[in-house]
Design a protein around this ligand. Sequence first.
Ligand code: ADP
Ligand code: MG
Length: 731
Amino acid sequence: MANDLRLQAKLAVLARKPRKCPVPVNEQGKYLKISQYYGENVYNYHLSKSLSLEDKDALKQVIDGKKTITKELASKVANSVLEWAITKGATHFCHWFQPLTGSTAEKHDAFLNFDNDRPIETLSASQLMQGEPDASSFPNGGSRATFEARGYTTWDLTSPIFIQESVNGKTLVIPTAFVSYHGDALDTKTPLLRSDLRINEVMTKFCNLVGMSDVNKVYTTCGAEQEYFLVDKAFFFNRQDLVMTGRTLFGSLTSRNQQLEDHYFGLIEDRVLAYMQEVEIELYKMGIPAKTRHNEVAPGQFELAPIFKDSNVAADNNQIVMTVLRTVALKHDFVCILHEKPFAGVNGSGKHLNWSMSTDTGVNLLEPGHNPHENFRFLAVVATVTEAVYRHQDIIRMGIAAHSNDHRLGANEAPPSIMSVFLGSTLTAILDSMIAGGKYVASSKTVLDLGARQLADLAKDNTDRNRTSPFAFTGNKFEFRACGSSASIGYPLSILNAAVIDVFEETNKILEAEINAGKKIDEALNTVILKWYGNAQKAVFNGDGYSEEWVKEAARRGLGNYRTTPEAIAAVFKDKNKTGVLEKTGVFRENEINTRANVMLERYIKCREIEFRTLRGMVLKQVLPVAVEYKGILAENVKKQKDAGAECSVETELLKHLATVTKDLYENTVILNSTLEELHHKGDEDHFAQKIAQDLMPLSVKIADLCNQVEEIVPDEMWPVPKYFDMLFIR
Ligand code: ADP
Ligand code: MG
């Protein structure tokens, strides 16, 4: 049974050429500069001819959260948006939202309407502002009774409206939040928007307290570096596991994979570069500033990083990035895999969330300053954020929990599931010496000189990046590295923001009390630094986060280490002491916290069940038939050789080995299956999830290993599915 499909796939892949896509050109056919077409598919009210200057001003106030929009203004904006969209060739509009599936959802409506019998295009104010999708088909974690299936999408004015082009038409996309009839968030955007408002409130107060009286607004910024794999579609669709679960459930590792470190930042192959270029053109048109592209560590793995924006828009943009990566890939005969761990044995994919806070006056609050005063402020911000991560480490861990991310965390390729903070040697030394010195020393001649001199080394210090830390200070921002590549970043960002809001509220109280007691601002900031850094020092770790010693050391320090999603859900999500902050800061409602716990648990179980069932199917229908067939061939051979009186120890050995492996494989698959069905029918979800993590996952790894042993014995041409070699090296 030579495997034709696999051979055909290889031949198809070898014949591929880089795809030429339409590149934006001017009338003379010359390539446009990116700046000439950047954002051409984004609605910009400043450019609207139908809106008056007063309208634009009023709209700006609404966007800045100072006013709510009037029906009249909404009507005018709807007209302006419609006019623009029609000129651009859009025929439909959609409310675009981010339900708890982790991806996005949209329902399209045509602009088509009738004026008596005459067909016309319309977009009303209410169509722009509100939609009513049936909420019952989206995950709700039991938050909504079935009789009350209404959900509402409401226009998020802070995220730009844009046009999405497809082969045969264009659609106007309106970013929206998705809430239940009672206003409970059914999405990842609503909590993020709430956290934005609270950050603004608390941080503006902080800035004003420390003497930045011109600050009227503070917002968080985020740049999400997106990692992904590309696999040729001929291979992809020949692997049920990739199609059904996004990862290979077995596969024998090639002898060369990533150990030579020759892929990272290596030359980008033509076919891949052509793909990246088309992705970027699409993104630029939609106003997404893709900046960096490069090969990642694993073969077949790549990264795209945009220039940072405010967190809400960055979160929307990242969803679009993931969509564009996937859709454009197919045009290039690739499939873009966003799963955190598509291939065992080589690195998985993450999403580094670069995060900071910025004022409307253009100050990055995590930028070391040029004078001692600015540096006291900077250190107080660092210390407060460090305390936030230390105090709320468990829910921050929760924010990135997913079955797919469990494969990365703590697997020596991504930060462990221990949430520590890397500050680098310079910053740590400064903070340590402040703690040792105890109190504020005004004179710059003393040990403590917080001027530019010491902090000037920060940039250099942080170029030697500690890739092993989940939360690292990188010069003028923190980089939260434990987020999964397929995750919706709105969720972890809203949790991180809640943690930060919580501690900054206390920081503000301390500052107020100190200043009221007659202390100077720097002295007050010093109190904050000593208090928070003194307390959170336990979470600061600059060493190798992948090492066994760190796991032990972290346990001694009392830091949490929840290795799997069910462990994290059981220990964290249902503990009010841990989740209370989400409610207290107004970022989540109580109901929503339970909703999320349920959705996460349910998702974990469903995804794992799909994996186990897919694995069983592939073992029974693809791996075992080949094993049995090759066993037969060997047996016949051994018999023939014996009859002829020939030496046949090799065949006999192979046969024996294959027989044992085949038997083991079958038996373990039967156990996996029966245990799964038993647990499935018991209906106790918490128990089921724990069992999956503790028993069934290790069992499935054992089955994968047995499949790999079969793969290594049977002749190459008999193997029924694309191998790691095919998928990672043939392009
Ligand atoms: P690095 O080399 O440290 O990764 P880059 O400048 O390449 O630094 O930035 C990586 C990502 O961090 C990019 O997406 C970038 O836009 C983002 N970034 C830079 N500064 C900030 C900031 N202040 N807030 C949020 N993200 C930022
Ligand atoms: Mg990277």
